[in-house]
Design a protein around this ligand. Structure first.
Ligand SMILES: C[S@@+](CC[C@H](N)C(=O)[O-])C[C@H]1O[C@@H](n2cnc3c(N)ncnc32)[C@H](O)[C@@H]1O
Length: 247
């Protein structure tokens, strides 16, 4: 499901996404002349880093959120001649073919239909193209989920924290080979109080807050934070690399 994000607050936070982005980029083999599809580019932090690695190449930046893309447009205003931006739902067929590589950070756990997602990305790539990604995986934010369940009385259904083996199977079924998948625990510690609450509000609990009146957001976030033993988000990353079959 596509939802909007508070892009300005998102960029102001000490995001562990920065290291996830760097780590994922390190796994992407590039010569510098490729056209790279970035799936869920957000505000363009990794798009900017990708452009540095692609002096003769381009980025096709796809995201569902208009506000995130507005921020990307501002950030990369002087380099937009090398960026094709698409506001699009990754679960719908993408208007892209022949890309040389695909890259994604912290996006796929927001999407339930991974079979459709991987098939759409495979169709956007040329044969042999690498695909590297990071997202929340099995066991991700288990303590936050437990805190949420305590506050709301129900299990959160928002995310899709897939396991390693099911992801391998899905990638192979979608036409990828040379699949490598790992689950990597990587907790993020925030400052207690305002910073932690702002982080939970903007990065973690947006989908739950969308269902509540704005006047109730602060109390809801504080109730969830109060159920956590420390200001830590217990992330477990699903990291994978694969290659589009064919040559
Ligand atoms: C946590 S942000 C990550 C953004 C960026 N990759 C980063 O690391 O900062 C998740 C992004 O995924 C996008 N997203 C989630 N579901 C999507 C979908 N079905 N289609 C397109 N974009 C989606 C959101 O709009 C958001 O920008």
């Amino acid at each position: 499901m596509i939802r909007e994000w508070d892009a300005a607050t998102y960029d102001s936070l000490p995001l562990p996404h920065l290291r996830w982005g760097r780590r994922t980029l390190e796994r992407l083999p590039l010569t510098g002349a490729e056209t790279v599809l970035e799936a869920g580019c957000g505000t363009g932090r990794d798009t900017e880093a990708l452009l540095e690695l692609l002096p003769r190449g381009r980025v096709i930046a796809v995201d569902g959120s208009a506000r995130m893309l507005d921020r990307l447009r501002d950030r990369l205003a002087d380099r937009l001649d090398r960026v094709d931006m698409h506001q699009a739902d990754l679960t719908r067929p993408l208007p892209i073919t022949g890309a040389d590589a695909a890259f994604s950070v912290a996006t796929f756990h927001w999407i339930h239909e991974h079979d459709t997602l991987f098939a759409n990305i495979a169709r956007a790539l040329r044969p042999g193209a690498p695909f590297v990604a990071d997202c929340g995986g099995h066991g991700n934010v288990a303590r936050v989920r437990a805190a949420l369940a305590k506050v709301t009385g129900e299990e959160p259904q928002t995310w899709n924290f897939a396991g390693a083996e099911e992801t391998r199977r899905r990638l192979e079924a979608a036409g990828f080979t040379d699949v490598e998948v790992a689950l990597v625990p990587d907790p993020a510690r925030l400052e207690a109080g305002e910073q932690f609450e702002s982080y939970l509000t903007t990065v973690v609990l947006g989908a739950q807050l969308d269902r509540l009146p704005a006047a109730e957001h602060r109390d809801f976030v504080r109730a969830v934070a109060a159920e956590l033993p420390e200001p830590v988000v217990d992330y477990v990353r699903l990291e994978f690399s694969a290659r589009r079959a064919g040559s």
